[in-house]
Design a protein around this ligand. Structure first.
Ligand code: SF4
Length: 195
């Protein structure tokens, strides 16, 4: 059975799509990470499907749009779901590769205003060539510039914006990532690499 929601601690994660414009070397999908959750979908859910699966929302603190895939592909249902989550007094976060403007050919950050409370964008590298070597975006090296631009636009539309990197990139790269985050006026989060 398809899993549209799953819970880790006090957070509920939403699995709305398996589509992604990247094919990152470290993606947990490559080795069926979180296999026990059954995150490969046979059908993308409707907003109603997800709401029906959010049976334990009242005991959660935050609801996170994430993967097995890039959640921005489901911009069609994100606003309705956020309204539902907010009506239950919970915060919303989206974990994204930041390529929404390329995916939708529009200003996606402005469409998140009032719906998403936190945007967490995977930076993964500190220059376009390294990013493409690791993430293999279907948009090529322009994906990196698009994600930086997206972070800048999110600053104007969303109350909290985070760039994230995995800790395996090394101290020098983490320092450079911090410079990038500072220059954009957003937070940097260094997260542990999941084997
Ligand atoms: S952006 Fe996320 S879902 Fe897409 S390939 Fe990379 S790690 Fe996987």
């Amino acid at each position: 059975m398809d899993t549209y929601t799953y819970r880790i601690g006090n957070k509920i994660y939403l699995n709305l799509t398996n589509r992604c414009s990247n094919n990152c070397d470290f993606c947990i999908r490559r080795n069926d990470g979180y296999k026990e959750f059954g995150l490969w979908l046979t059908k993308e859910p409707s907003a109603e499907d997800v709401i029906n699966a959010l049976t334990d929302i009242d005991s959660a603190e935050e609801v996170v749009f994430c993967g097995y895939g890039e959640p921005i592909y489901r911009l069609d249902i994100i606003p309705e779901l956020c309204d539902y989550i907010h009506k239950h007094g919970k915060k919303t976060r989206i974990n994204t590769n930041g390529q929404g403007d390329l995916i939708w050919d529009t200003d996606v950050a402005s469409k998140l205003k009032g719906y998403i409370d936190t945007v967490s964008i995977s930076l993964n590298a500190t220059d376009a060539r390294s990013y493409q070597e690791i993430c293999h975006s279907e948009y090529g090296e322009k994906a990196f510039y698009a994600l930086l631009d997206f972070a800048k636009k999110c600053k104007e539309n969303v109350s909290r914006v985070i760039l994230s990197v995995v800790d395996v990139i090394g101290e020098d790269a983490i320092a450079k990532a911090r410079e990038i985050a500072d220059s954009l006026g957003v937070e940097l989060r260094v997260r542990a690499y999941l084997e």
